[in-house]
Design a protein around this ligand. Structure first.
Ligand code: SF4
Ligand code: SF4
Length: 506
């Protein structure tokens, strides 16, 4: 990061959005609290009021939970970098350092889950612990499962890379599923395996989103570098990377990719290919597509962006630069992982479109399923795969709740924090009102942060759609088992009759 001061960086993003002005009205109809505050502060200055102070800048930046709803990825990157600069100067409170490390907290609680659950319950000890950790006293804390997904996966040999020629998935489960909601990660494995796909759970660290939201740049980069190295090896070995958590998917697919097509590494690759193809951009595009597909047999829809001939024409222009948040990391390394990462819903829908999804579903217990597409799923530009998949289940009528401007407000760990709790509920209120009005039998969302927020604000049980799919497969299996049982009974009866007849004959 350059040596620009935190104030200078914040001023740059304020000026950009004031001179554009597009989000002044647009964001009024959304759950974003950052833009109304930005325009309010700037209007005060313009009217001759006090200049925006450093404290006000920091407080304004803290209102952004990186939901991705606003239209400019560059502006979102600048917001994060301005926040990083404030944190670099003042440091992070120890309590934030503790809770931003979701993996550490998950491992700690998971080491003695019964004791941890006693401590995070409603006891006076829990109130004291929340105060120490900087959590809001009214926040409901998730319970630690008796067995983490990691142990479950190890006991089933999923942590050894399978040697198989067919479709194979490297599953990036994400910390929340690994340590708090292993049932979601187990359902993912079950559904993939039910479709004949070999599943591998590679070594992985937190995707880095919670620490990025807190402005902890060194920690975030440490996680990103580790995951890029591990997942890069998986892609080289022919594995598609699949995420059941839309936030992990958004980070691996979109945030890592940002700017990578203007990186020096990508630029030189395209220039070399272009020289070999006598400057024919169509040939270069086709060659890049072949190279991508050669690794795993396919690449995601987003990967096509960097291969379009008009885009390749821009790549040699040095005026376009890699200004992405992760620009310090090699562009090709980022693209290799970004191009081969899939949201779980996107992946299963691709199977279905290719006629490879097992569509033998049994009936599940709910008809009216309300589904909320979380912000980071929407930002992946993959349409609504879970609505399509839920619509395949017999008797299920999924309805979508919330629109493209809704956010639950949890923002990873931000909703737990004492200072952000009320803001988080304010952001989420617009959406939870809509959900309550839909009076669903089942509430489904693929984001476990949203799940935590809905558990805080609503009385409904919340499921990941993959858990509903898993239930539908099991229901079919049970139905089939009962049917087979009846057949076997008839078989036995038939044998009895046959025996009796044979005995009579004798
Ligand atoms: S985020 Fe983009 S569109 Fe919105 S005001 Fe800023 S520059 Fe304009
Ligand atoms: S990312 Fe979301 S919270 Fe942040 S400024 Fe954009 S719309 Fe607002």
């Amino acid at each position: 990061m350059s040596s620009e001061s935190a104030e200078h960086r914040t001023r740059k993003v304020i000026d950009r959005c004031v001179s554009c002005g597009h989000c002044r009205d647009l964001m009024n109809d959304t759950s974003c609290l950052y833009f109304p505050r930005l325009y309010q502060l700037r209007d005060r200055e313009t009217a001759g009021g006090a200049r925006i102070s450093a404290a006000e800048m920091k407080q304004m930046l803290d209102l952004c939970n990186t939901c991705g709803i606003c239209p400019c990825p560059t502006v979102q990157t600048w917001i994060r970098q301005a926040k990083d600069a404030f944190v670099e100067r003042a440091g992070l409170p120890y309590s934030v350092r503790l809770i931003e490390n979701v993996q550490f907290v998950g491992k700690l609680g998971g080491a003695a889950p019964r004791l941890a659950n006693l401590l995070v319950g409603d006891s006076p000890v829990a109130v004291g612990l929340k105060r120490l950790a900087g959590l809001h006293p009214a926040r409901r804390l998730p319970r630690f499962p008796l067995e983490s997904f990691d142990s479950w996966a190890q006991s089933r040999g999923l942590t050894h890379m399978p040697q198989t020629a067919g479709r194979k998935v490297a599953y990036f489960a994400g910390c929340t599923a690994r340590y708090l909601f292993p049932e979601v990660a187990k359902a993912t494995v079950e559904v993939l395996q039910h479709n004949g796909i070999a599943v591998f759970v590679p070594e992985q660290k937190c995707c880095g989103m919670p620490t990025m939201l807190e402005g902890d740049r060194p920690f975030t980069f440490d996680r990103a570098r580790f995951n890029l190295a591990e997942l890069g090896k998986c892609v080289a070995a022919g594995f598609d990377i699949v995420c059941s958590c839309p936030t992990c998917g958004y980070l691996l697919k979109s945030v890592l990719r940002e700017g990578a097509e203007y990186s020096e590494a990508y630029r030189s690759l395209v220039q070399r290919m272009s020289a070999a193809a006598n400057g024919d951009a169509d040939q270069v595009s086709a060659r890049l597509a072949l190279d991508d597909a050669a690794l795993t047999g396919r690449s995601n829809a987003r990967s096509a962006h960097g291969r379009q001939p008009w885009m390749l024409g821009l790549v040699p222009w040095k005026v376009f630069r890699d200004h992405g948040y992760f620009a310090e990391i090699d562009g090709l390394e980022r693209l290799r992982v970004a191009n081969h990462t899939y949201d779980l819903g996107e992946y299963l829908r691709e199977l279905q479109r290719e006629g490879q999804l097992n569509c033998e579903f049994g009936a599940v217990a709910a008809r009216n399923v309300a589904y909320f597409a979380p912000c980071h799923q929407r930002q992946q530009d993959i349409g609504q795969p879970w609505m399509e998949l839920l619509g395949l289940l017999p008797g299920v009528e999924p309805t979508q709740v919330g629109d493209g401007f809704d956010c639950c407000g949890q923002g990873g760990i931000m909703g737990f924090k004492k200072d952000f709790h009320e803001t988080s509920l304010t952001i989420g209120a617009r959406l939870t009102r809509k959900i309550a009005a839909a009076v669903p039998e089942r509430l489904a969302t693929d984001c476990l942060s949203c799940r935590l927020q809905f558990q805080q604000m609503l009385p409904y049980e919340v499921l990941h759609p993959v858990e509903i799919l898993r239930d539908a497969y099991r229901a079919k299996h049970r139905g089939q088992a009962v049917f087979n049982g009846i057949l076997r009974t008839f078989d036995r009866h038939d044998s009895c009759f046959a025996l009796t007849a044979d005995s009579r004959r004798e």
